[in-house]
Design a protein around this ligand. Structure first.
Ligand code: ADP
Length: 524
Protein backbone atom coordinates (compact mmCIF):
# COMPACT_ATOMS: atom_id res chain seq x y z
CA UNK A 1 0.00 0.00 0.00
CA UNK A 2 1.36 3.44 -0.93
CA UNK A 3 1.17 6.75 0.85
CA UNK A 4 -1.62 8.06 -1.30
CA UNK A 5 -3.92 5.12 -0.62
CA UNK A 6 -3.71 4.70 3.14
CA UNK A 7 -6.77 6.85 3.79
CA UNK A 8 -10.10 5.11 4.02
CA UNK A 9 -12.97 6.50 1.97
CA UNK A 10 -14.71 8.50 4.70
CA UNK A 11 -11.81 9.96 6.69
CA UNK A 12 -9.29 12.66 5.92
CA UNK A 13 -6.78 14.71 7.89
CA UNK A 14 -9.21 17.63 8.28
CA UNK A 15 -11.78 15.36 9.89
CA UNK A 16 -9.24 14.01 12.35
CA UNK A 17 -8.18 17.56 13.17
CA UNK A 18 -11.80 18.41 13.87
CA UNK A 19 -12.03 15.56 16.39
CA UNK A 20 -9.16 17.08 18.37
CA UNK A 21 -11.52 19.89 19.41
CA UNK A 22 -13.20 17.40 21.75
CA UNK A 23 -10.02 17.04 23.85
CA UNK A 24 -10.11 18.81 27.19
CA UNK A 25 -7.18 21.19 27.48
CA UNK A 26 -6.20 23.96 29.85
CA UNK A 27 -4.54 26.06 27.15
CA UNK A 28 -3.97 26.15 23.41
CA UNK A 29 -0.20 26.03 23.45
CA UNK A 30 0.07 22.33 24.17
CA UNK A 31 2.70 20.12 22.60
CA UNK A 32 1.38 17.63 20.08
CA UNK A 33 1.83 13.88 19.81
CA UNK A 34 1.68 12.25 16.39
CA UNK A 35 -0.39 9.22 15.46
CA UNK A 36 0.62 6.68 12.80
CA UNK A 37 -1.26 4.31 10.48
CA UNK A 38 0.06 0.75 10.90
CA UNK A 39 -0.87 -0.09 7.28
CA UNK A 40 1.80 2.31 5.99
CA UNK A 41 3.57 3.71 9.07
CA UNK A 42 2.71 7.22 7.95
CA UNK A 43 1.71 10.03 10.24
CA UNK A 44 -2.05 10.58 9.96
CA UNK A 45 -2.45 13.41 12.45
CA UNK A 46 -1.64 14.58 15.93
CA UNK A 47 -3.41 15.11 19.21
CA UNK A 48 -2.61 17.27 22.24
CA UNK A 49 0.06 15.85 24.52
CA UNK A 50 -1.97 16.65 27.62
CA UNK A 51 -0.38 17.36 30.99
CA UNK A 52 -1.30 16.53 34.57
CA UNK A 53 -2.86 20.00 34.73
CA UNK A 54 -5.19 19.12 31.85
CA UNK A 55 -6.22 15.95 33.66
CA UNK A 56 -6.99 17.87 36.85
CA UNK A 57 -8.99 20.43 34.88
CA UNK A 58 -10.97 17.70 33.12
CA UNK A 59 -11.76 16.01 36.40
CA UNK A 60 -12.86 19.20 38.11
CA UNK A 61 -15.16 20.00 35.17
CA UNK A 62 -16.45 16.43 35.29
CA UNK A 63 -17.13 16.77 39.00
CA UNK A 64 -19.10 19.98 38.51
CA UNK A 65 -21.16 18.47 35.70
CA UNK A 66 -21.86 15.17 37.46
CA UNK A 67 -24.41 16.42 39.96
CA UNK A 68 -26.81 17.70 37.31
CA UNK A 69 -26.33 14.52 35.24
CA UNK A 70 -27.06 12.28 38.24
CA UNK A 71 -30.11 14.36 39.17
CA UNK A 72 -31.76 13.60 35.83
CA UNK A 73 -34.26 10.79 35.73
CA UNK A 74 -32.51 7.55 34.83
CA UNK A 75 -34.95 7.11 31.93
CA UNK A 76 -33.52 10.30 30.38
CA UNK A 77 -29.98 8.90 30.52
CA UNK A 78 -31.26 5.60 29.10
CA UNK A 79 -32.90 7.44 26.18
CA UNK A 80 -29.59 9.16 25.38
CA UNK A 81 -27.62 5.90 25.47
CA UNK A 82 -30.26 4.16 23.34
CA UNK A 83 -29.91 6.98 20.80
CA UNK A 84 -26.15 6.35 20.94
CA UNK A 85 -26.78 2.66 20.21
CA UNK A 86 -28.67 3.64 17.05
CA UNK A 87 -26.01 6.16 15.99
CA UNK A 88 -23.14 3.71 16.43
CA UNK A 89 -24.92 1.26 14.14
CA UNK A 90 -26.07 3.78 11.54
CA UNK A 91 -22.67 5.53 11.39
CA UNK A 92 -20.61 2.39 11.69
CA UNK A 93 -18.66 3.05 8.49
CA UNK A 94 -17.17 6.25 9.94
CA UNK A 95 -16.12 4.34 13.05
CA UNK A 96 -14.76 1.36 11.11
CA UNK A 97 -12.66 3.63 8.90
CA UNK A 98 -11.03 5.49 11.79
CA UNK A 99 -10.47 2.29 13.78
CA UNK A 100 -8.79 0.61 10.84
CA UNK A 101 -6.76 3.69 9.96
CA UNK A 102 -5.09 3.99 13.34
CA UNK A 103 -4.97 0.34 14.45
CA UNK A 104 -4.38 -1.48 11.14
CA UNK A 105 -6.93 -4.14 12.04
CA UNK A 106 -9.06 -6.02 9.52
CA UNK A 107 -12.49 -4.47 8.95
CA UNK A 108 -14.29 -7.57 10.23
CA UNK A 109 -12.40 -7.19 13.53
CA UNK A 110 -13.37 -3.54 13.75
CA UNK A 111 -16.99 -4.52 13.12
CA UNK A 112 -16.96 -6.68 16.27
CA UNK A 113 -16.25 -3.52 18.24
CA UNK A 114 -19.19 -1.62 16.78
CA UNK A 115 -21.53 -4.53 17.54
CA UNK A 116 -20.14 -4.85 21.05
CA UNK A 117 -20.68 -1.17 21.90
CA UNK A 118 -24.27 -1.33 20.61
CA UNK A 119 -24.89 -4.56 22.55
CA UNK A 120 -23.65 -2.97 25.81
CA UNK A 121 -25.60 0.25 25.23
CA UNK A 122 -28.87 -1.63 24.67
CA UNK A 123 -28.30 -4.02 27.56
CA UNK A 124 -27.47 -1.45 30.22
CA UNK A 125 -29.92 1.20 28.97
CA UNK A 126 -32.67 -1.39 29.42
CA UNK A 127 -31.56 -2.41 32.91
CA UNK A 128 -30.29 0.82 34.47
CA UNK A 129 -33.60 1.75 36.07
CA UNK A 130 -33.87 -1.65 37.79
CA UNK A 131 -30.28 -1.49 39.06
CA UNK A 132 -30.76 1.99 40.52
CA UNK A 133 -34.15 1.39 42.12
CA UNK A 134 -34.29 1.61 45.93
CA UNK A 135 -34.59 -1.81 47.55
CA UNK A 136 -36.31 -2.83 50.75
CA UNK A 137 -34.07 -4.92 53.01
CA UNK A 138 -34.92 -6.98 56.06
CA UNK A 139 -34.51 -4.97 59.24
CA UNK A 140 -32.36 -6.25 62.12
CA UNK A 141 -35.51 -7.06 64.04
CA UNK A 142 -38.82 -7.83 62.40
CA UNK A 143 -41.41 -5.04 62.81
CA UNK A 144 -39.01 -2.95 64.93
CA UNK A 145 -36.52 -2.08 62.22
CA UNK A 146 -37.13 -1.16 58.60
CA UNK A 147 -34.15 -0.97 56.21
CA UNK A 148 -33.85 0.40 52.71
CA UNK A 149 -30.92 0.39 50.31
CA UNK A 150 -30.13 3.26 47.95
CA UNK A 151 -27.56 3.29 45.16
CA UNK A 152 -25.57 6.45 44.45
CA UNK A 153 -23.12 7.03 41.60
CA UNK A 154 -19.47 6.95 42.73
CA UNK A 155 -18.81 10.38 41.11
CA UNK A 156 -16.11 10.64 38.45
CA UNK A 157 -14.94 7.44 36.75
CA UNK A 158 -11.50 7.34 35.10
CA UNK A 159 -11.25 4.95 32.15
CA UNK A 160 -7.77 3.98 30.87
CA UNK A 161 -7.94 1.99 27.66
CA UNK A 162 -5.50 0.12 25.38
CA UNK A 163 -4.96 0.23 21.60
CA UNK A 164 -6.06 -3.28 20.59
CA UNK A 165 -9.84 -2.63 20.83
CA UNK A 166 -9.86 1.16 20.67
CA UNK A 167 -13.65 1.58 20.48
CA UNK A 168 -14.96 -1.19 22.71
CA UNK A 169 -12.50 -0.79 25.54
CA UNK A 170 -12.81 3.00 25.57
CA UNK A 171 -16.60 3.13 25.49
CA UNK A 172 -18.32 -0.12 26.52
CA UNK A 173 -17.15 0.19 30.13
CA UNK A 174 -18.08 3.87 30.20
CA UNK A 175 -21.69 3.21 29.18
CA UNK A 176 -22.83 1.64 32.50
CA UNK A 177 -20.84 4.32 34.39
CA UNK A 178 -22.77 7.08 32.58
CA UNK A 179 -26.12 5.36 33.03
CA UNK A 180 -25.45 5.07 36.77
CA UNK A 181 -25.11 8.89 36.91
CA UNK A 182 -21.33 9.24 36.88
CA UNK A 183 -19.22 11.47 34.70
CA UNK A 184 -16.25 9.94 32.87
CA UNK A 185 -12.73 11.06 31.99
CA UNK A 186 -11.14 8.79 29.39
CA UNK A 187 -7.41 8.35 28.74
CA UNK A 188 -7.20 6.35 25.50
CA UNK A 189 -4.03 4.58 24.36
CA UNK A 190 -1.35 6.80 22.82
CA UNK A 191 -1.59 4.86 19.53
CA UNK A 192 -5.38 5.10 18.99
CA UNK A 193 -6.83 8.39 20.25
CA UNK A 194 -8.95 9.23 17.19
CA UNK A 195 -11.34 6.31 17.61
CA UNK A 196 -12.00 7.41 21.18
CA UNK A 197 -12.48 11.01 20.05
CA UNK A 198 -14.96 10.00 17.34
CA UNK A 199 -16.84 7.80 19.82
CA UNK A 200 -17.08 10.73 22.22
CA UNK A 201 -18.20 13.09 19.48
CA UNK A 202 -21.08 10.69 18.80
CA UNK A 203 -21.89 10.46 22.53
CA UNK A 204 -22.17 14.23 22.61
CA UNK A 205 -24.37 14.25 19.53
CA UNK A 206 -26.57 11.67 21.24
CA UNK A 207 -27.05 14.08 24.15
CA UNK A 208 -24.31 13.43 26.74
CA UNK A 209 -23.24 16.89 28.04
CA UNK A 210 -19.61 17.73 27.04
CA UNK A 211 -18.21 17.87 30.58
CA UNK A 212 -19.88 14.59 31.53
CA UNK A 213 -17.61 12.71 29.13
CA UNK A 214 -14.15 14.11 28.46
CA UNK A 215 -11.00 12.81 26.85
CA UNK A 216 -7.38 13.55 27.74
CA UNK A 217 -4.85 12.34 25.18
CA UNK A 218 -1.19 11.70 25.86
CA UNK A 219 1.24 9.49 27.72
CA UNK A 220 -0.12 6.87 30.12
CA UNK A 221 2.90 7.26 32.39
CA UNK A 222 2.32 11.04 32.65
CA UNK A 223 -1.46 11.13 32.82
CA UNK A 224 -2.16 7.89 34.68
CA UNK A 225 -1.04 9.07 38.14
CA UNK A 226 -2.98 12.40 38.22
CA UNK A 227 -6.03 10.62 36.81
CA UNK A 228 -5.92 7.86 39.43
CA UNK A 229 -5.28 10.37 42.22
CA UNK A 230 -8.36 12.47 41.45
CA UNK A 231 -11.15 10.13 40.31
CA UNK A 232 -13.51 8.00 42.40
CA UNK A 233 -13.16 4.76 40.42
CA UNK A 234 -10.57 3.48 37.93
CA UNK A 235 -11.52 1.19 35.06
CA UNK A 236 -8.34 -0.12 33.42
CA UNK A 237 -7.69 -2.50 30.53
CA UNK A 238 -4.12 -3.29 29.55
CA UNK A 239 -1.07 -5.29 30.48
CA UNK A 240 -0.61 -7.02 33.83
CA UNK A 241 2.56 -4.99 34.40
CA UNK A 242 0.82 -1.62 34.06
CA UNK A 243 -2.29 -2.96 35.83
CA UNK A 244 -0.22 -3.65 38.94
CA UNK A 245 1.01 -0.04 38.93
CA UNK A 246 -2.54 1.26 38.53
CA UNK A 247 -3.89 -0.94 41.35
CA UNK A 248 -1.06 0.10 43.66
CA UNK A 249 -1.67 3.80 43.09
CA UNK A 250 -5.44 3.42 43.40
CA UNK A 251 -5.01 1.33 46.56
CA UNK A 252 -2.88 4.02 48.15
CA UNK A 253 -5.76 6.47 47.72
CA UNK A 254 -8.40 3.85 48.66
CA UNK A 255 -9.95 4.34 45.23
CA UNK A 256 -11.60 1.16 43.90
CA UNK A 257 -10.40 -0.20 40.58
CA UNK A 258 -11.45 -2.83 38.09
CA UNK A 259 -8.66 -4.26 35.95
CA UNK A 260 -8.78 -6.51 32.91
CA UNK A 261 -5.23 -7.62 32.18
CA UNK A 262 -3.18 -10.15 30.21
CA UNK A 263 -3.83 -13.76 29.31
CA UNK A 264 -2.23 -16.90 27.91
CA UNK A 265 -5.52 -18.50 27.05
CA UNK A 266 -6.00 -22.25 26.45
CA UNK A 267 -8.36 -24.01 24.05
CA UNK A 268 -9.04 -27.73 24.57
CA UNK A 269 -10.43 -30.01 21.83
CA UNK A 270 -11.73 -33.44 22.85
CA UNK A 271 -11.98 -36.53 20.62
CA UNK A 272 -15.76 -36.22 20.43
CA UNK A 273 -15.78 -32.60 19.17
CA UNK A 274 -17.16 -31.55 15.79
CA UNK A 275 -13.75 -31.10 14.18
CA UNK A 276 -14.70 -28.75 11.40
CA UNK A 277 -16.38 -26.46 13.90
CA UNK A 278 -13.42 -26.70 16.26
CA UNK A 279 -10.96 -25.80 13.47
CA UNK A 280 -13.07 -22.76 12.54
CA UNK A 281 -13.21 -21.83 16.21
CA UNK A 282 -9.45 -22.13 16.59
CA UNK A 283 -8.90 -19.89 13.58
CA UNK A 284 -11.15 -17.21 15.03
CA UNK A 285 -9.88 -17.73 18.56
CA UNK A 286 -6.19 -17.51 17.62
CA UNK A 287 -6.05 -15.05 14.74
CA UNK A 288 -8.87 -12.53 15.25
CA UNK A 289 -7.32 -9.06 15.39
CA UNK A 290 -4.02 -10.74 14.40
CA UNK A 291 -4.02 -12.35 17.86
CA UNK A 292 -3.95 -8.95 19.59
CA UNK A 293 -6.99 -9.76 21.66
CA UNK A 294 -6.81 -10.37 25.38
CA UNK A 295 -9.22 -13.31 24.99
CA UNK A 296 -7.40 -15.01 22.12
CA UNK A 297 -5.82 -18.45 22.40
CA UNK A 298 -2.07 -18.91 22.47
CA UNK A 299 -2.22 -22.55 23.64
CA UNK A 300 -4.16 -25.26 21.77
CA UNK A 301 -4.57 -28.75 23.22
CA UNK A 302 -6.13 -31.53 21.10
CA UNK A 303 -6.87 -35.06 22.34
CA UNK A 304 -4.65 -37.82 20.98
CA UNK A 305 -7.40 -39.58 18.96
CA UNK A 306 -8.01 -36.56 16.72
CA UNK A 307 -4.73 -34.72 17.18
CA UNK A 308 -3.26 -35.33 13.75
CA UNK A 309 -6.46 -34.69 11.84
CA UNK A 310 -7.12 -31.50 13.83
CA UNK A 311 -3.54 -30.32 13.33
CA UNK A 312 -3.54 -30.93 9.57
CA UNK A 313 -6.90 -29.25 8.99
CA UNK A 314 -5.91 -26.30 11.17
CA UNK A 315 -2.63 -25.84 9.33
CA UNK A 316 -4.39 -25.98 5.94
CA UNK A 317 -7.02 -23.44 6.97
CA UNK A 318 -4.36 -21.16 8.49
CA UNK A 319 -2.32 -21.22 5.28
CA UNK A 320 -5.33 -20.13 3.26
CA UNK A 321 -6.16 -17.10 5.44
CA UNK A 322 -6.43 -13.85 3.50
CA UNK A 323 -4.07 -11.18 4.85
CA UNK A 324 -4.28 -7.66 3.43
CA UNK A 325 -4.28 -3.95 4.18
CA UNK A 326 -7.71 -3.04 2.92
CA UNK A 327 -10.79 -1.08 3.93
CA UNK A 328 -13.29 -3.64 2.70
CA UNK A 329 -14.68 -6.56 4.66
CA UNK A 330 -12.84 -9.34 2.80
CA UNK A 331 -9.43 -9.73 4.48
CA UNK A 332 -9.42 -12.13 7.40
CA UNK A 333 -6.24 -10.92 9.12
CA UNK A 334 -4.89 -7.38 9.39
CA UNK A 335 -1.65 -5.81 10.55
CA UNK A 336 0.06 -5.85 13.92
CA UNK A 337 -0.08 -2.53 15.76
CA UNK A 338 3.53 -1.48 15.25
CA UNK A 339 7.24 -1.94 15.70
CA UNK A 340 7.09 -3.10 19.32
CA UNK A 341 4.42 -5.70 18.68
CA UNK A 342 6.22 -7.04 15.62
CA UNK A 343 9.48 -7.31 17.58
CA UNK A 344 7.76 -9.23 20.37
CA UNK A 345 6.15 -11.70 17.96
CA UNK A 346 9.41 -12.27 16.10
CA UNK A 347 11.34 -12.75 19.34
CA UNK A 348 8.88 -15.36 20.60
CA UNK A 349 8.78 -17.33 17.35
CA UNK A 350 12.54 -17.14 16.69
CA UNK A 351 13.32 -18.17 20.28
CA UNK A 352 10.99 -21.20 20.03
CA UNK A 353 12.40 -22.30 16.68
CA UNK A 354 16.00 -21.86 17.91
CA UNK A 355 15.23 -24.01 20.94
CA UNK A 356 13.79 -26.81 18.80
CA UNK A 357 10.06 -26.09 18.26
CA UNK A 358 8.62 -27.13 14.91
CA UNK A 359 7.10 -24.39 12.77
CA UNK A 360 3.98 -25.94 11.22
CA UNK A 361 3.06 -22.81 9.29
CA UNK A 362 3.73 -19.05 9.31
CA UNK A 363 6.71 -17.58 11.12
CA UNK A 364 7.31 -14.86 8.54
CA UNK A 365 7.18 -11.09 8.62
CA UNK A 366 5.30 -9.85 5.50
CA UNK A 367 6.55 -6.35 4.65
CA UNK A 368 5.16 -6.87 1.15
CA UNK A 369 1.67 -6.40 2.67
CA UNK A 370 2.51 -3.60 5.11
CA UNK A 371 5.34 -2.83 7.53
CA UNK A 372 3.86 -4.78 10.44
CA UNK A 373 2.11 -7.77 8.88
CA UNK A 374 3.07 -11.17 10.27
CA UNK A 375 1.81 -14.55 9.12
CA UNK A 376 -0.48 -16.57 11.38
CA UNK A 377 1.84 -19.07 13.01
CA UNK A 378 1.45 -22.52 14.58
CA UNK A 379 4.23 -24.10 16.65
CA UNK A 380 4.49 -27.73 17.77
CA UNK A 381 6.93 -29.30 20.22
CA UNK A 382 7.13 -26.25 22.48
CA UNK A 383 8.91 -26.80 25.80
CA UNK A 384 8.86 -24.93 29.09
CA UNK A 385 12.09 -23.00 28.59
CA UNK A 386 10.77 -21.28 25.45
CA UNK A 387 9.35 -17.75 25.89
CA UNK A 388 6.21 -18.66 23.97
CA UNK A 389 5.34 -21.40 26.47
CA UNK A 390 4.27 -19.03 29.25
CA UNK A 391 4.67 -15.39 28.22
CA UNK A 392 1.84 -13.60 26.48
CA UNK A 393 2.83 -13.03 22.82
CA UNK A 394 -0.20 -10.90 21.92
CA UNK A 395 0.14 -11.80 18.25
CA UNK A 396 -0.93 -14.43 15.68
CA UNK A 397 1.09 -17.22 17.27
CA UNK A 398 -0.25 -20.41 18.84
CA UNK A 399 1.34 -23.53 20.27
CA UNK A 400 -0.21 -26.95 19.70
CA UNK A 401 0.15 -30.12 21.71
CA UNK A 402 -1.77 -33.33 22.42
CA UNK A 403 -3.20 -34.78 25.62
CA UNK A 404 -4.81 -38.07 26.63
CA UNK A 405 -7.30 -37.66 29.50
CA UNK A 406 -9.70 -35.02 30.79
CA UNK A 407 -7.49 -34.59 33.87
CA UNK A 408 -4.43 -33.96 31.73
CA UNK A 409 -6.33 -31.39 29.64
CA UNK A 410 -7.43 -29.54 32.78
CA UNK A 411 -3.95 -29.57 34.25
CA UNK A 412 -2.41 -28.26 31.00
CA UNK A 413 -5.07 -25.56 30.68
CA UNK A 414 -4.36 -24.41 34.25
CA UNK A 415 -0.59 -24.37 33.80
CA UNK A 416 -0.37 -20.57 33.57
CA UNK A 417 -0.15 -17.60 35.90
CA UNK A 418 -3.03 -16.11 33.89
CA UNK A 419 -6.73 -17.01 33.95
CA UNK A 420 -8.74 -14.92 31.54
CA UNK A 421 -10.53 -16.95 28.85
CA UNK A 422 -10.71 -20.60 27.73
CA UNK A 423 -12.64 -22.80 25.30
CA UNK A 424 -13.65 -26.45 25.48
CA UNK A 425 -14.83 -28.32 22.39
CA UNK A 426 -16.79 -31.54 22.89
CA UNK A 427 -19.96 -33.25 21.67
CA UNK A 428 -20.82 -34.15 25.28
CA UNK A 429 -22.35 -31.14 27.02
CA UNK A 430 -22.07 -32.61 30.55
CA UNK A 431 -18.40 -33.34 30.04
CA UNK A 432 -17.90 -29.82 28.67
CA UNK A 433 -19.54 -28.21 31.72
CA UNK A 434 -17.61 -30.45 34.11
CA UNK A 435 -14.24 -29.60 32.54
CA UNK A 436 -15.16 -25.89 32.24
CA UNK A 437 -15.82 -25.57 35.99
CA UNK A 438 -12.33 -26.94 36.72
CA UNK A 439 -10.53 -24.50 34.42
CA UNK A 440 -9.21 -21.48 36.33
CA UNK A 441 -10.43 -18.78 33.94
CA UNK A 442 -13.00 -16.03 34.38
CA UNK A 443 -14.79 -17.06 31.17
CA UNK A 444 -14.99 -20.49 29.53
CA UNK A 445 -16.73 -21.00 26.19
CA UNK A 446 -18.19 -24.35 25.17
CA UNK A 447 -17.91 -25.00 21.43
CA UNK A 448 -17.10 -21.35 20.77
CA UNK A 449 -13.86 -19.36 21.03
CA UNK A 450 -14.88 -16.18 22.87
CA UNK A 451 -18.02 -14.57 21.44
CA UNK A 452 -20.38 -16.77 23.49
CA UNK A 453 -19.03 -15.50 26.82
CA UNK A 454 -18.03 -12.00 25.72
CA UNK A 455 -21.32 -11.41 23.88
CA UNK A 456 -23.37 -12.60 26.89
CA UNK A 457 -23.24 -9.13 28.40
CA UNK A 458 -25.73 -10.13 31.07
CA UNK A 459 -23.02 -12.40 32.56
CA UNK A 460 -19.83 -11.12 34.25
CA UNK A 461 -16.52 -11.19 32.40
CA UNK A 462 -13.00 -10.80 33.78
CA UNK A 463 -9.84 -12.52 34.91
CA UNK A 464 -8.77 -14.95 37.60
CA UNK A 465 -5.16 -15.17 38.82
CA UNK A 466 -2.87 -12.54 37.17
CA UNK A 467 -5.52 -11.65 34.56
CA UNK A 468 -7.27 -9.06 36.63
CA UNK A 469 -9.49 -7.83 39.41
CA UNK A 470 -13.19 -7.11 39.20
CA UNK A 471 -15.54 -7.76 36.32
CA UNK A 472 -17.14 -5.98 33.40
CA UNK A 473 -20.57 -6.97 32.03
CA UNK A 474 -23.41 -8.46 34.08
CA UNK A 475 -24.65 -6.93 37.34
CA UNK A 476 -21.09 -6.38 38.56
CA UNK A 477 -20.25 -4.36 35.44
CA UNK A 478 -22.88 -1.80 36.44
CA UNK A 479 -23.02 -1.97 40.22
CA UNK A 480 -19.28 -1.34 40.59
CA UNK A 481 -19.95 2.23 39.47
CA UNK A 482 -22.35 2.79 42.38
CA UNK A 483 -22.03 2.90 46.11
CA UNK A 484 -24.74 1.56 48.32
CA UNK A 485 -26.24 3.44 51.19
CA UNK A 486 -28.44 1.86 53.83
CA UNK A 487 -31.08 3.91 55.57
CA UNK A 488 -32.57 1.99 58.51
CA UNK A 489 -35.50 3.22 60.54
CA UNK A 490 -36.06 2.09 64.12
CA UNK A 491 -39.66 2.03 65.32
CA UNK A 492 -41.31 1.73 68.76
CA UNK A 493 -38.17 0.81 70.66
CA UNK A 494 -34.37 1.04 70.12
CA UNK A 495 -32.22 -2.08 69.90
CA UNK A 496 -30.69 -1.45 73.32
CA UNK A 497 -31.36 -2.51 76.88
CA UNK A 498 -34.56 -0.88 78.19
CA UNK A 499 -34.03 1.37 81.19
CA UNK A 500 -34.30 -0.42 84.48
CA UNK A 501 -33.91 -3.88 82.86
CA UNK A 502 -30.75 -5.51 84.28
CA UNK A 503 -28.10 -6.38 81.65
CA UNK A 504 -28.19 -10.06 82.60
CA UNK A 505 -31.93 -10.19 81.81
CA UNK A 506 -31.39 -8.25 78.57
CA UNK A 507 -28.70 -10.73 77.48
CA UNK A 508 -31.06 -13.63 78.11
CA UNK A 509 -33.94 -11.99 76.27
CA UNK A 510 -31.83 -11.09 73.23
CA UNK A 511 -30.34 -14.58 73.07
CA UNK A 512 -33.85 -16.06 73.14
CA UNK A 513 -34.95 -13.78 70.29
CA UNK A 514 -31.92 -14.73 68.17
CA UNK A 515 -32.58 -18.45 68.78
CA UNK A 516 -36.19 -17.95 67.72
CA UNK A 517 -35.09 -16.15 64.57
CA UNK A 518 -32.82 -19.06 63.67
CA UNK A 519 -35.67 -21.55 64.11
CA UNK A 520 -38.38 -19.68 62.22
CA UNK A 521 -37.39 -19.33 58.54
CA UNK A 522 -39.70 -16.36 57.94
CA UNK A 523 -37.75 -14.32 60.50
CA UNK A 524 -34.29 -14.97 59.08
P1 ADP B 1 0.09 -2.13 26.20
O1 ADP B 1 1.27 -2.98 26.52
O2 ADP B 1 -1.05 -2.83 25.62
O3 ADP B 1 0.42 -0.83 25.54
P2 ADP B 1 -0.35 -0.85 28.71
O4 ADP B 1 -0.90 -1.58 29.87
O5 ADP B 1 1.00 -0.29 28.83
O6 ADP B 1 -0.52 -1.86 27.57
O7 ADP B 1 -1.33 0.32 28.28
C1 ADP B 1 -2.71 0.36 28.48
C2 ADP B 1 -3.13 1.77 28.84
O8 ADP B 1 -2.48 2.13 30.04
C3 ADP B 1 -2.73 2.83 27.82
O9 ADP B 1 -3.77 3.80 27.72
C4 ADP B 1 -1.49 3.44 28.43
O10 ADP B 1 -1.27 4.78 28.02
C5 ADP B 1 -1.85 3.40 29.90
N1 ADP B 1 -0.71 3.49 30.83
C6 ADP B 1 0.60 3.22 30.60
N2 ADP B 1 1.33 3.42 31.71
C7 ADP B 1 0.48 3.81 32.69
C8 ADP B 1 0.60 4.16 34.07
N3 ADP B 1 1.79 4.15 34.70
N4 ADP B 1 -0.52 4.51 34.75
C9 ADP B 1 -1.71 4.50 34.14
N5 ADP B 1 -1.90 4.19 32.86
C10 ADP B 1 -0.83 3.85 32.12
Amino acid sequence: MTASTIWPPRTDAAQLEDLVLTVTRSGDDRKLRSVHAPYSDEEIGSVPDCTGEDVELAISRARNAQEEWAARDVSERATILTRYHDMVLSRQDELLDVMQLESGKARRDALEEVLDVANNARHYATRAEGYLADEKRKGGFPVLTKARQHRHPVGVVGVISPWNYPLTLAVSDAIPALLAGNSVVLKPAEETPFTALLAVKLLREAGVPPNVFQVVTGSGKELGPPLIDNVDFVQFTGSTKTGRRVAKRAGKNLVPSSLELGGKNPMVVFDDADLKWAVDGAIRGCFTNAGQLCLSFERLYAQSGIYEQFRDELVNRTRSLHLAASYDHDPEVGSLMGKQQLARVRTHVDDAVEKGAKLLTGGRHRPDLGPYFYEPTILEGVTDEMLVAHEETFGPVVTLRSFRSDEEAISLANDSEYGLNAAVWTGDTDRGHDVARKIECGTVNLNDPYTAAWGSVDAPMGGMKQSGLGRRHGDEGFLKYTQTQTVAEQRFHPIAPPRRVPMRLYAKGMSAILKLMRRIPGLR
